[in-house]
Design a protein around this ligand. Structure first.
Ligand code: DGJ
Length: 764
């Protein structure tokens, strides 16, 4: 890691772990020169940028310098209005009504460490030796605008973070109409784009397609949250790059609101990638003396394909974005009552589920929606955060105590950002929701959204939630959010600031979360938005895990969890075993396969344990014992994807390897059975070729058969009580053999089959 600044050449060379990023000043314009594999730093970098005269309609800002056109110059933070016709990174309207702005270099500073971004989530450094930061100062003197481009490099991660700060030093107000976090110009367009797209219950499916001139890739959310439909992430893959090799460039935005991510190929074949707050519906008034900080974009380069990029994001986000005591701690195995009872429960019912959970080894009970106000269905009571004595006659603390007595910690569901029109809170404060005066208040799931752009609303929530969280021994909180924004306007804002509401909402939410997580450092927070509607790095800064999807079907989850793993670590994904037929798709899969899928995240159950048969109870106990043995591997290990559910083969596989490569856990899934199938060999990854490994099969598979659709068969096949059982006669296999020749997968039977393996290194 190092940042070199050569003032004579006007060159900045940023070296993060295995990557270089080079900026050069061209007549005061910060030009982008290079981003990719790490380069040496020496005098040979003097000639790194070649400008060429363009016989086209590209204006030239400096007389006598026909080779300089902003329309062709690769730039660090491009503007519109003085010759670059491509997508700008920012737009500002001046008091004179014009939108022309031109930023020129005005200085730089290099500091050790990484500064926090005021009011915003961001990657952090724990000490100054971990990171180094370059601040490039640009100025538009006519507008009185100073713009600071922040770049941080890391000793241990091939990542570069970028963000931008606007400061208004002039004397008339300015209106920021666009303020993206990062823009990068690539020299050509021989890339594929990759992004994660979906819908409720179908989140983060992987989409890959080649870039073509004239056809921009534009991803965005206008929903007021990062959304189920899109994720604030975009990657460029060098044509031909795949999971294991080739250059890959990731852009991930640490933000939970409406965003935009685009890739445009321009006339000279260059590609511009931009990411930041969605300019749609955004503007920000800067009075003289005021400033605006953009969210942070995290840029990751990998020369080792998509897998290498993912592992950099996983490590960085797991260790330097997530915070709090749970960052490095094993996450508890939980049982959640949502799919078990929905709204129909009382304290005794909850206590019986907890009683069944204790002996299985489950560690946490989560009481989901329906415990407060008079909420028997989803049409009332959000905002009334006091227990419903009809369901919990002795109160919340008493129920938490009963759950604790069964040996489980107690967790609670809340949806604080919402208000039901049928609630005491709404009757008292009808103007506290997002709404536009004189217009309909459009409901979603029968609810409105509290206006978190207003400090008094956030203060109220802080006090109310603090009371709830202190009222019982609460170890875990599931923070839900079940609709998107409409009528985005605030009764607390002047007309000229109405377009700030959506971003001010995010700032209010982040501030509230900062205050609550600081006040309750021992509570494990899990974020949720109808499953994965706000699965983004912004939320992970406050809450180290997210409920991945409301879709708990094992087969659907393969695609969802695989897609999510493109950016996010397994330790961030909540994954539960639920009942069959599955409540979202009606599919019947075996308990064993459901367990194998859920074990690749933060494991839990979401069904009525009291309805388990004896065989199911025994299998669940083995699953839990198994997960406890591999939990650290899954939650803290390096993930390698082996077979993609998007590849068309119907097979999915992934594995987790410990940092010292002495242990690994492999999971293989096959959706549909085939007659007379070839022998499946899984070529493993990430092992030490010099080591030998003994292999054991997971909870079920001692007889050579994986999990089919029949739990009875799994149970009857006498798979034993031990969580893992010796495989391949206990003969060790070489890491080199397993990675080149592969592991022969068990002879699986039936549809929706799976098997798992634990590998442990032994002395040769
Ligand atoms: C949506 C969540 O994703 C579910 O897990 C559950 O908590 C419901 N909300 C409760 O209303």
């Amino acid at each position: 890691m190092n940042i070199y600044a050569d003032e004579t050449l006007g060159l900045f060379h940023l070296q993060s772990k295995d990557t270089s990023y080079i900026i050069k000043l061209v007549e005061g314009y910060p030009a982008h020169v290079y981003w990719g594999a790490k380069l040496r730093h020496d005098n040979s970098l003097a000639g790194v940028l070649e400008l060429r005269e363009r016989a086209s309609f590209s204006p030239t800002p400096l007389p006598g310098k026909p080779s300089l056109s902003l329309d062709a110059l690769p730039q660090e933070y491009p503007q519109y209005g003085s010759g670059d016709f491509r997508r700008p990174a920012y737009q500002v309207q001046l008091a004179d009504g014009t939108r022309i702005s031109e930023l020129k270099y005005a200085g730089y500073a290099i500091t050790p460490g990484k500064p926090a971004l005021e009011g915003l989530p961001a990657v952090y450094a724990e000490n100054e030796s971990e990171a180094q930061t370059l601040e490039l100062t640009l100025k538009d003197d006519y507008a009185g605008l100073t713009v600071r481009l922040l770049y941080t490099v890391f000793a241990d991660h091939s990542a570069i973070t970028r963000s931008v700060r606007f400061e208004h030093h002039g004397d008339a107000p300015l209106r920021l109409e666009q303020a993206l976090s990062a823009s990068v110009d690539f020299a050509d367009s021989a890339y594929d784009t990759l992004h994660l797209s979906g819908a409720w219950a179908r989140e983060r499916h992987v989409q890959r397609r080649p870039l073509t001139p004239g056809a921009a890739l534009s991803l965005e959310s206008r929903r007021g949250s990062s959304s189920h439909q899109a994720n604030p992430f975009l990657a460029l893959l060098r044509s031909g790059a795949d999971e294991d090799q080739g250059d890959v460039y990731g852009f991930s935005l640490v933000y939970s609101g409406s965003f935009s991510a685009t890739a445009d190929v321009e006339q000279f074949g260059q590609t511009r990638v931009s990411i930041g707050i969605n300019p749609f519906g955004f503007s920000w008034l800067l009075e003289p003396g005021q400033s605006f900080q953009t969210p942070e974009a995290v840029l990751v380069y990998s020369g080792e394909g998509l897998g290498g990029m993912s592992r950099t994001y996983h490590r960085l986000y797991r260790t330097r974005l997530c915070r709090g005591v749970y960052r490095d701690q094993a996450r508890p195995i939980l049982v959640n009552n949502w799919e078990a009872t929905y709204f129909d429960f009382d304290a005794d019912k909850i206590a019986t589920i907890a009683k069944a959970a204790g002996p299985l080894g489950i560690e946490l009970f989560v009481l989901d929606d329906g415990w407060f106000g008079r909420r028997d269905k989803d049409d009332s009571s959000l905002g009334d955060w006091f227990e419903d004595r009809r369901k919990l006659p002795e109160g919340l603390a008493d129920l938490a105590g009963r759950v604790n007595k069964e040996g489980l910690q107690f967790g609670l569901w809340v949806e604080p950002e919402m208000v039901s029109p049928d609630s005491e809170l709404y009757r008292k404060h009808p103007d506290w929701c997002l709404h536009a005066a004189g217009r309909r208040r459009t409901e979603g799931r029968n609810q409105l959204i509290l206006d978190l752009s207003r400090p008094e609303v956030c203060d109220y929530l802080y006090e109310t939630l603090s009371t709830v969280f202190s009222s019982a021994p609460i170890s875990y909180v599931k923070w839900d959010m079940n609709r998107n924004m409409t009528e985005i306007a605030s009764a607390g804002a002047r007309p000229e600031r109405q377009q700030e509401t959506a971003h001010r909402y995010m700032l209010g939410l982040y501030d509230l979360l900062e205050r609550l997580t600081s006040r309750f450092p021992d509570i494990l927070f899990e974020s949720c938005s109808g499953g994965g509607g706000r699965f983004d790095p912004g939320m992970l800064f406050y809450m180290p895990q997210t409920w991945t999807s409301d879709n708990t079907d094992a087969v659907e989850r393969l695609a969802i969890q695989y897609g999510t793993s493109i950016v996010y670590p397994a330790s961030s994904m909540g994954a539960h075993v639920s009942a069959v037929p599955n409540h979202q798709v009606d599919r019947i899969t075996s308990l064993a396969t459901r367990g194998d899928v859920a074990m690749s995240g933060n494991f839990g159950y979401e069904l009525d344990l009291t309805k388990f048969t004896e065989a199911e109870t025994a299998l669940a106990a083995r699953q839990i014992a198994q997960y406890k043995e591999i939990r650290t591997l899954v939650q803290q290990g390096e993930m390698y994807r082996l077979l993609s559910p998007f590849g068309g083969s119907g097979e999915t596989a992934w594995m987790f390897v410990s940092e010292d490569q002495t242990e690994a856990f492999v999971a293989y899934f096959r959706v549909l059975a085939k007659p007379n199938p070839p022998i499946s060999r899984l070529t493993l990854k990430g092992l030490n070729p010099e080591l030998n490994y003994v292999l054991e099969t997971g909870a079920a598979d001692s007889s050579g058969h994986g999990h089919g659709t029949s739990d009875a068969a799994d149970a009857a096949e006498g798979r034993g009580d031990a969580p893992f059982q010796t495989a391949f006669g206990g003969t060790p296999l070489g890491g080199d053999f397993l990675m080149h020749m592969g592991l022969v997968v068990s002879d699986l039977r039936g549809d929706y089959a799976s098997c798992t393996y634990r590998l442990r290194a032994v002395q040769r």
